[in-house]
Design a protein around this ligand. Structure first.
Ligand SMILES: NC(=O)c1ccc[n+]([C@@H]2O[C@H](COP(=O)([O-])OP(=O)(O)OC[C@H]3O[C@@H](n4cnc5c(N)ncnc54)[C@H](OP(=O)(O)O)[C@@H]3O)[C@@H](O)[C@H]2O)c1
Length: 207
């Protein structure tokens, strides 16, 4: 099938595009920078916040996977970004005849009141209420998250390191789980991808 990975140049978007391409799917990626994706994928430039470039990138697409991101700790900014972009993507995807809208979310978004998590929960709700049948996959933080946070919270020579407890998972493993979700078709909310678990097999936390 033809799959568009939005944010396919990012930490989890790239391995997702790569896994889908290796399974024989026709894969395109979209980002604001129009950055090239993994070998064998087609790159589009576009912006989820304005809708620019989306119509062209969505043409002929069967499934769209949203791996885009915004860097903010503000609850209102996160809710606005994830609600607006998910709604816009749903409407444009429906108009293009897309049959499946996949969203990557985070384990615990319904229990942890961080501003960013509230935004991700709003994204889940917007996708499930949208015009294209959706699947939500939740993952824990990636192994790569530590480096991402160090870079985002850098002040001169120093980085602010927040205290948190997490069971990290490799972004490559989440990419493979997202490829499973794409192939399985729309299923609403699926089991969470705990470390070492795959979307098709996970139903419980590791002990
Ligand atoms: N990081 C984690 O540990 C973690 C854990 C669980 C779930 N998640 C979820 O996974 C998703 C991706 O996270 P990530 O860490 O892989 O993000 P990332 O590395 O920051 O990548 C974000 C991607 O989205 C693109 N992008 C950003 N704004 C965009 C826009 N307005 N329109 C189109 N493309 C845009 C970026 O490219 P350009 O900048 O060129 O546009 C990039 O390709 C997020 O929704 C996040 O909540 C992350």
């Amino acid at each position: 099938m033809r799959v568009l990975v939005i944010g396919g140049s990012g930490v989890v978007g790239r391995p997702t595009a790569s896994a889908l391409s290796q399974r024989g799917h026709q894969v395109a990626i979209l980002s604001r920078g129009g950055t090239a994706g993994p070998a064998g994928t087609e790159a589009f430039q576009g912006d989820l916040t304005t809708g620019a470039g989306l119509e062209k990138a969505l043409a002929g697409v069967d499934c769209v996977v949203d791996c885009a991101n915004v860097t903010t700790t503000s609850r209102s900014a996160a809710v606005r970004y994830f609600t607006d972009t998910t709604h816009r993507l749903g409407v444009l995807a429906a108009a293009a005849g897309v049959k499946h809208h996949v969203v990557l979310s985070i384990v615990g978004v319904d229990k942890i009141p961080f501003g960013y998590h509230v935004g991700k929960l709003a994204q889940e709700q917007a996708a499930l209420a949208g015009p294209v049948p959706a699947t939500i996959l939740r993952a824990t933080q990636f192994h790569e998250f530590a480096g991402q946070t160090m870079n985002q919270m850098k002040f001169g020579r120093f980085s602010v390191v927040p205290q948190m407890v997490t069971q990290p998972i490799a972004a490559a493993e989440v990419g493979a789980a997202l490829a499973d979700v794409v192939e399985d078709g729309p299923r609403g909310r699926v089991a969470e991808t705990w470390p070492t678990c795959r979307a098709r097999s996970s139903s419980s936390r590791p002990s």
